[in-house]
Each structure stands twice: as structure tokens, then as C-alpha cells.
Design a protein around this ligand. Sequence first.
Ligand code: GRF
Length: 202
Amino acid sequence: KNIVILISGRGSNMEAIVKACAAEGWNARIAAVISNRPGAAGLGFAEQHGIATAVVDHKAFDTREAFDTELQRAIDAHAPDLVVLAGFMRILTPGFTAHYAGRMLNIHPSLLPAFPGLHTHQAALDFGCKFAGATVHFVTAELDHGAIVAQAVVPVLDGDDEQTLAARVLQQEHLMYPRAVRWFIDGQLRIENGRVLQTAGV
Ligand code: GRF
């Protein structure tokens, strides 16, 4: 199966998925890593691992539709079974999300439905939350609202700031996201009544 991963920056979740795919011998390959930012640090890691990379720079397009059309072309050139958003920081058009319905995952650094959007860790701290975490979900037209595949929970500790909390959550992201992607690849995810069931596999 072909996996295409979209990044915008550091790409540490992408790295975790690339490494798990190789180490666990998934029935899949990372066909490409695509970034909307030319300088995304994660592109270097992908190149070093012999993975095809591409940049579709959103700044070169006048509209979200034009950007998404070109992004879709770049993705579909790799015939993906699954598209993985890993720190991909663009809002996607409904046409784009519909095209990948049921085969595009995202990771969001909060316990959805709490704190969709940006600055999730600061929001959790400001609210006095005792727990924070991250969510893997299918992507739909509504930002950070698709069916939930997996969640990881961490405590919020006295003295935490945005950085310390983000780091604690990120450790869990690196464990959870590869696991969730593997469930998809192994045919273990089913959506029923808008909810995800994880089964023993097919
Ligand atoms: C992660 O915290 C992810 O949940 C969020 O952006 C961050 C990306 O980090 N969407 P990285 O690029 O995977 O290192």
C-alpha cells in the first residue's frame, strides 16, 4: 500500500511513521513526503531515507482551490491508499477533503473535541486542564472534526508551560500515530455511524 505524508515543518511525526514502517515491516511504503513549505526541515530526513519529496508552495497560488488542486495532483501522482497529515498547517477545501474521504488521517495536539485549531497547549493551560493529549482522526471538511481513531492522554503538571506540555504530548504522538496508521494499513479501521471501530483485522 502507498502512503503519502504531508508536512509543513519539523516532521517528527513523519519520522516516527517512516521508522515504524521500516522497523515493523508494514505491508506499505512511504511513497512520498510533500510539504507546502520549501524549507520544511522534515524534507531532509525524507530525502536521506530515499523517499520521494515534493514541495507545493501555497504562496505561489492565488486561492485555496488552486493550491489544493495542485496539491491533489502531486499526491495522486503516487497513487496513495492513505494520505497522512503530520503537522500540515493548511486549511483544506471541501473538494479536497471529499476526494480523500475515508483515506486521510490527521493528528491534532489536543483531546478533541476540546481545543480545535491553533495554540492548543496554551489553551489547555489557560483553562486549568489536568489532562491534555492528542487525537488521530479522519479528515473531513470541518477542521479537526472527523471521526476519532485514537487518543493519547498525558497529565498537566504544576509548572508546565506551553513547551513542556507540548513535549510531553509529542512523545505520545510519536507512539500513537504510527500505531493508528498501521491499523488503517492492516484494514483494522471501520467507520460505523460516523464512529471508528478498530477490529482485529481482515
Ligand atoms: C504536532 O504536535 C502535531 O500534532 C501538530 O503539529 C505538530 C507537528 O510536529 N499538528 P511535527 O512536524 O510532526 O514534528
